[in-house]
Write a protein that binds this ligand. Structure first.
Ligand code: NAD
Length: 437
C-alpha cells in the first residue's frame, strides 16, 4: 500500500474518526481544528467524545508518529513537510437561515487553504453538503491543478470507528478519474462496495439516504399511532414487516421522533434543494411534519398518564426523565428529541429531573436548559409524579424498578422507546404506557 500524506480539517465525530482510521490504515495524517483546547487534549490522546475504540486508535496513531494534531486548517497543510496530497474537509454544515445548509465554514476553510495546496492535491469533501457544492468548491479554489472529490460519510455516532472501517459502501464522486481512483484507493483494504460517480450524485446519495431513514422512522411512528387506534401491537407489526428483506428490521422502532446532528438538518436542507429545483417534495415535507407532531403526541401521552386527563395540567408536577442524548451509546445532545420533549414539558409547567449515562451533572451543557441533571438514576424518581423513558439506553431496563416504585410519588412510567419489560414494571407496581400498543 502507498502511504499518503493527508490533512483532515475538523476533528469532530467525522474528522477525528477519519483521521484516526486513515492513520491506522498506514497513512500519515495531520488533523487541524480551530479549537485549541481540543487539540491540546488530542495531543495527549484524550478523546472527549464517546466513541468505542477511537481513543485507542488516536493513541496508537500518535505513538506510531502517523497521526498528529495542530490548531488551524492552514497549519494542518503546512505540517506536512512534503505537502499534503489529500485534504479532507470534515467541518460542520449546520442548518442555516430558512433551513438551507450553512456552508460558511466549508467556504472559509477553502479560502484559508487555497494558496497552500500543492499542485495535484485532491480536496475531499466528507461534510454533508448540498448538490452543487463540489462545483462551488472548484470555483472558490480557482485552481485548475487541484481536484475536488465528494466522498460523503455514513458513520453512525456510537459506532463511528466500526462503521468507518466496515462500511456498507464507499461513495466517491468526481469527474476526474485519477482523483477518484486516488481517493477510492485509500479505502481499498476495507473491501466495501464502491460507487464511483459524478460529484452531484455522490452529494445526493447522502441526503437521499438520510431522508429515507427519517421517512422510515416517521412512517413507523405514524403506524404506532394507528396501532393504538386499531388495537394492534406495533412490536408485532414491525417484526412482521421487518422479515421482508425489501424492508429490513433496522429503523423500525417507534420513539419520540427522530433527531440528532444529522437527520433534522439534512431533511431540511434536502427540502430546500428540492425547492430550488422547483420540485415540491411532498413526501419529505410529510416526513418532517409527522416528526414535529410526534413530539406533541408524546407530551399528550405524558399528560394523560400523569394527570389521568387529556387536558390535565402539568403545572407543578415533577417528572423524572431517563435519557437526554438523541440516541443511546452517544453523548451527543444536538437536536435531541429528548430535549425537545423536555422543553415542551417545561413550557407546560413541569419541573424536570433527568439522568443520562453520558451526561454528568457537573458538565456544562447549555442545550439542557433548565432540566436538573443528577448522577444517580434513583434520584430521578424521588417524589416524581411520573417517569419518562426518552432515550433507549439498555441499562434502563435493568434498573431496580421496585426500588424506584418505592421512591416515586406516582407510579407511572411513559416509555417512549418501548424499551422496558412492561411485566417487570407492572409487577413493581407501575402503570406502564408505551407506543403503539
Ligand atoms: P462536529 O461538530 O462533531 O465536528 C466539527 C469540528 O470542526 C469541530 O471539532 C470544530 O471545532 C471544527 N471546526 C469548525 N470550524 C472549523 C474550521 N474553520 N477549521 C477547522 N476546524 C473547524 O461535526 P461532525 O458531527 O463531525 O460533522 C461534520 C460533518 O459531517 C457535517 O457536515 C455532518 O453533517 C457530517 N456527518 C456527520 C455525521 C455524524 O454522525 N456526526 C455522520 C456523517 C456525516
Amino acid at each position: 500500500m502507498f502511504a499518503r500524506r493527508i490533512a483532515v480539517i475538523g476533528t469532530g465525530y467525522v474528522g477525528l474518526t477519519t483521521g484516526a482510521c486513515l492513520a491506522s490504515l498506514g497513512h500519515r495524517v495531520v488533523c487541524g481544528d480551530v479549537d485549541p483546547a481540543k487539540i491540546d487534549r488530542l495531543r495527549r490522546a484524550e478523546v472527549d467524545i464517546l466513541e468505542p475504540g477511537l481513543a485507542e486508535l488516536v493513541a496508537e496513531g500518535l505513538a506510531a508518529g502517523r497521526l498528529s494534531f495542530v490548531v488551524g486548517a492552514k497549519e494542518a497543510l503546512a505540517a506536512h513537510e512534503d505537502g499534503a496530497e489529500i485534504v479532507y474537509l470534515c467541518v460542520p454544515t449546520p442548518m442555516g437561515v430558512g433551513g438551507v445548509a450553512d456552508l460558511s465554514t466549508v467556504e472559509s476553510v477553502i479560502d484559508d487553504v487555497r494558496d497552500l495546496l500543492p499542485s495535484g492535491t485532491v480536496v475531499v469533501n466528507k461534510s454533508t453538503v448540498p448538490v452543487g457544492t463540489a462545483e462551488r468548491t472548484k470555483e472558490l479554489l480557482k485552481r485548475a491543478d487541484v481536484s475536488v472529490v465528494s466522498n460523503p460519510e455514513f458513520l453512525r455516532e456510537g459506532s463511528a470507528v466500526e462503521d468507518f472501517l466496515n462500511p456498507d459502501r464507499i461513495v466517491v464522486g468526481c469527474d476526474q478519474q485519477d482523483a477518484a481512483e486516488r481517493v477510492s484507493a485509500l479505502y481499498a483494504r476495507l473491501g466495501a462496495p464502491t460507487v464511483l460517480t459524478d460529484a452531484a450524485s455522490a452529494e445526493l446519495v447522502k441526503y437521499a439516504a438520510n431522508c429515507f431513514l427519517a421517512m422510515k422512522l416517521s412512517y413507523v411512528n405514524a403506524m404506532a399511532e394507528l396501532c393504538e387506534r386499531l388495537g394492534a401491537n406495533i412490536a408485532d407489526v414491525t417484526e412482521g414487516m421487518g422479515y421482508d428483506r425489501r424492508i429490513g428490521q433496522a429503523f423500525l422502532s417507534p420513539g419520540p421522533g427522530w433527531g440528532g446532528s444529522c437527520l433534522p438538518k439534512d431533511t431540511s436542507a434536502m427540502l430546500q434543494v428540492a425547492d430550488s429545483a422547483d420540485f415540491e417534495f411532498r413526501l419529505l415535507r410529510a416526513t418532517i411534519d409527522t416528526n414535529e407532531r410526534q413530539r406533541q403526541r408524546i407530551v399528550d401521552k405524558i399528560r394523560l398518564a400523569v394527570t389521568g386527563k387529556r387536558n390535565g395540567s402539568l403545572s407543578h408536577t415533577r417528572l423524572g426523565l431517563f435519557g437526554l442524548t438523541f440516541k443511546a451509546n452517544t453523548d451527543d445532545l444536538r437536536d435531541s428529541p429528548a430535549l425537545a420533549v423536555a422543553a415542551m414539558l417545561r413550557q407546560a409547567g413541569a419541573e424536570l429531573v433527568a439522568y443520562d449515562p453520558a451526561v454528568r451533572s457537573d458538565t456544562l451543557r447549555p442545550e439542557i436548559g433548565s432540566v436538573t441533571v443528577v448522577d444517580d438514576p434513583y434520584l430521578v424518581g424521588k417524589e416524581a409524579d411520573g417517569l419518562v423513558i426518552l432515550t433507549e439506553w439498555p441499562e434502563f431496563r435493568t434498573l431496580d424498578w421496585p426500588k424506584l416504585a418505592d421512591v416515586v410519588g406516582n407510579q407511572v412510567v411513559v416509555d417512549t422507546r418501548n424499551l422496558l419489560d412492561k411485566d417487570v414494571l407492572r409487577r413493581a407496581g407501575f402503570t406502564w404506557t408505551g407506543l403503539g400498543r
